[in-house]
Ligand binder design. Structure first.
Ligand code: 3HC
Ligand code: NAI
Length: 719
């Protein structure tokens, strides 16, 4: 777990050996303690270098150990002892120094970083704070404002930025360990007192209280209910106002309030869920680690609308050459300008030149003969998409992968019109595609494992979090959205307002409530889908009871809003009003209040007071209930995949862990009981009827979310 060797006759080199990230597990802490003791006691040793094997200094505490009782030496006294030692200790940082790894570097008397290294205190993203002295040492080293920013955001910084901030003493392009050993030899004769960061006085700005107040307000607004960022501010305040010995106690008290909190558990669950999601498995046995992806060098994107442009940009950013196809000259030109603009802005930010030579714009599918992959992003119209796929079959070489960015159509039906159904897969990006991290890779029954592996790996290369899902209307994310949206509009009928529902959801932690989000996405999109699925429009049988469709409760209010030409932000009016079309500042609109009142009186609905609790339960339990059905149907392989989709695609608050984790935190028994209650009150809403899987899990004693898979095994998989 740590190798000890003597180099250059007098330097003790301690190398952490805990792959893959040299996390500070109990065994590693034990090995460091023993090695340091040896080094400090051996008269031959004049200096120490701490290094990490495989080009990674240290990824911090071993997060997997957080679930159990503390074993092995605690970190704080271990680190304090390294700092207090009488021999100079140099950190040789390659790869990463994160969390406890960064704190380990901070107790070393000198820090040498490789130019590609990244440093940071990401604890806040795990619902905790840097509790091995990080909140006390970093402000002493770089001052309060910079330390606050790094600790409350968890941002990783480059070696160059660390040098500028005064965190590292030297950045090198050579082997950091060799440089550190030479550095250590030179440091032997120098006094250490000024190098012990915990003994420094924190440089304090004169307006400390005002600064801390301003940061607290800022953090509160951004954190949307997350506790850890606020605790981080308090810990940094202690570094400014207390000596180290007291500050470290305050740090530990604050950590105790966070460590066992539901938020910390949720955020740590998210960390592992994100990593699990990439590990797809098919019932055939093909999976992420036994299926080889194809190399993708040339891609094509068809349709340069909202989605196509973002997809082209995301591909070009990672060095893939792209041919972009449009249907008309004018649209091609507009799309081209937008793409070039986005790439130029990117390049300006990074101070490099835009890779425009990777791009080609055309009106002809004939130009796609030699591409490795095509991603289609034309209108959501099955007939049009089928036509495009038929044409692609004729034009592209037989090995070209054909993918669709459809947001919910049958991927297998598209595969069926091609000459290569095994090479067809859905690649469902989210808007705006050059920003949003989620990619649903939709596996049809005929998609080959190589095709899935290629789409998953391409997504990863594009910086996306890719999740493999099965083929059904709406796949995972949009399928679950329907019951969530339905509940919100039913609540409007019953007496709530868009403002009240949005506020309840935003207080829960969503970046945007459901109505503000719908205004942003555009209300016409859903309206078109409802018309196409026969739920609204002129062809509806007038004998239909007004608030029922296809045998179930139906809320026509969203259709009424659209009939008035209110399509959301883009038209300046939607569920809210905006200063102008394209505006983002949502204000309550009395016309919507009138519409709701008239609607209720027309149908004799007596509005009632609806509590925030009911809003949360009906929207989110209906959402999770559909998630259980998706697991039952084998459309998602595990609850982690669903949660990752909601975290990265739909703004679900990370400190709640995702809809499925949230359900498990509330308690499955309670979720079941509330769904039964609401279903009894609204028997014509099938989404409120508890799913068989939820009932089964409750009957099995509500196992933790990580164990649900064992109970789903026997059911059918669409993956
Ligand atoms: N503890 C336990 N496991 C860890 C870990 C950690 N700190 N960091 C990474 N891992 C595991 C991952 O789960 C993954 O496991 P898997 O192969 O079984 O899926 C494996 O290591 C590789 O991780 P990645 O897939 O993330 O590898 P990357 O190369 O993409 O990224 C990384 C490497 C940047 C180090 C990234 O893993 C990371 O951000 N790790 C977490 C860093 C962190 O948050 N550290 C703070 C921990 S809390 C702390 O230190 C408290 C202290 O203040 C007391
Ligand atoms: P859009 O209407 O903005 O763009 C579609 C583009 O395709 C238009 O520019 C159109 O001219 C072009 N086009 C149509 N037929 C063509 C053809 N035969 N050849 C070349 N170009 C053609 O639509 P948007 O929003 O970009 O959606 C595209 C696809 O992405 C749809 O399937 C949609 O469901 C899906 N999607 C949309 C999301 C969104 O938020 N807008 C999110 C995720 C997926």
């Amino acid at each position: 777990m740590a190798r000890y060797e003597l180099v250059k006759r007098s330097v003790a080199l301690i190398t952490l050996t805990n792959p893959p990230v040299n996390a500070l597990s109990s065994a590693v802490r034990h090995a460091i303690a023993k090695s340091m003791e040896h080094a400090l006691n051996d008269p031959k040793v004049t200096a120490v270098v701490i290094y990490g094997e495989n080009g990674r200094f240290c990824g911090g505490a071993d997060i997997r150990e957080f679930a159990g009782p503390l074993r092995g030496p605690p970190l704080v006294p271990l680190l304090d002892a390294i700092e207090a030692g009488e021999k100079p200790v140099v950190a040789a940082i390659e790869g990463v120094a994160l969390g406890g790894g960064f704190e380990l570097a901070l107790v070393c008397h000198y820090r040498i970083a490789h130019f590609k290294a990244r440093l940071g205190l990401p604890e806040v993203t795990l619902g905790i704070l840097p509790a091995a002295g990080g909140t006390q040492r970093l402000p002493r080293l770089i001052g309060i404002p910079a330390a606050l920013e790094l600790i409350t955001t968890g941002r990783h910084i480059s070696a160059q930025e660390a040098l500028k901030l005064g965190i590292v003493d030297q950045v090198t392009e050579q082997n950091a360990c060799e440089v550190a050993v030479e550095f250590a030899l030179r440091a032997v004769a120098k006094p250490l007192s000024s190098r012990r960061v915990s003994t420094l006085t924190t440089p304090c700005p004169p307006d400390l209280d005002a600064l801390l107040e301003a940061v607290t307000m800022q953090v509160k607004k951004k954190a949307r209910g997350a506790m850890a960022p606020l605790a981080c501010v308090q810990a940094v305040r202690a570094a400014a106002t207390m000596p180290y010995s007291k500050g470290i106690k305050r740090e530990s008290e604050l950590m105790a309030t966070l460590f066992n909190s539901g938020q910390a558990r949720a955020l740590q669950y998210c960390f592992f869920a994100q990593r699990t999601a990439g590990k797809w498995t098919l019932p055939s046995g093909a999976q992420w680690n036994n299926s080889k992806p194809r190399e993708i060098r040339r891609a094509a994107v068809i349709g340069l609308g909202t989605m196509g442009r973002g997809i082209v940009v995301s591909l070009a950013r990672v060095g893939i050459s792209v041919i972009a196809v449009e249907s008309e000259k004018k649209l091609l030109e507009t799309g081209k300008q937008m793409v070039i603009g986005m790439l130029e802005r990117d390049a300006k930010r990074q101070g490099v030149s835009a890779s425009l030579n990777l791009l080609k714009f055309t009106l002809s599918l004939q130009d796609l003969k030699d591409v490795d992959i095509v991603i289609e992003a034309v209108f959501e119209d099955m007939a049009l998409k089928k036509h495009v796929f038929q044409e692609l079959s004729k034009v592209c070489r037989p090995a070209t992968l054909l993918c669709s960015n459809t947001s919910g159509l049958d991927v297998d039906a598209l595969a069926g019109v091609t000459d290569r159904p095994h090479l067809v897969v859905g690649m469902h990006f989210f808007s705006p595609a050059h920003v949003m991290k989620l990619l649903e890779v939709v596996c049809g029954p005929r998609s080959s494992s190589e095709t899935i592996a290629t789409a998953m790996s391409l997504g990863k290369r594009m910086g996306k979090v890719s999740v493999a899902v099965g083929n059904c209307p709406g796949f995972v994310g949009n399928r679950m959205l329907k019951p969530y949206l339905d509940q919100a509009t039913f609540l409007l009928e019953e007496g709530a307002t868009p403002e009240q529902i949005d506020k309840a959801l935003e207080d829960f932690g969503f970046a945007m409530g459901v109505f503000r989000m719908s205004d942003l996405a555009g209300l016409d999109v859903g309206w078109r889908v409802r018309k196409e699925s026969g739920l609204t429009g002129p062809d509806i049988d007038p004998k239909n009871p007004p608030r029922r469709r296809q045998g179930h409760r139906y809320c026509p209010i969203p259709d009424m809003v659209c009939e008035q030409g209110r399509f959301g932000q883009k038209t300046g009016r939607g569920w809210y009003m905006y200063d102008s079309p394209g505006g983002t500042n949502a204000k309550s609109d009395p016309l919507i209040q009138n519409l709701l009142e008239m609607y209720r009186s027309r149908y004799g609905i007596q509005p009632r007071n609806i509590s925030d609790q009911e809003i949360i339960e009906r929207c989110l339990f209906a959402l999770a209930n559909e998630g259980f059905r998706i697991l039952e149907d084998g459309i998602a392989a595990r609850p982690e995949d669903i949660d990752v989709i909601y975290l990265f695609g739909y703004g679900f608050p990370r400190h709640r862990g995702g809809p499925m984790f949230y359900a498990s935190m509330v308690g499955l028994e309670r979720v079941l009981e509330r769904l039964e209650h609401y279903h009894q009150a609204h028997p014509d809403v099938p989404h409120l009827e508890p799913s068989p899987l939820l009932k089964k899990l409750v009957a099995c004693g509500s196992p933790p979310v990580q164990n649900w898979r064992e109970h789903i095994k026997t059911m059918h998989s669409h993956l």
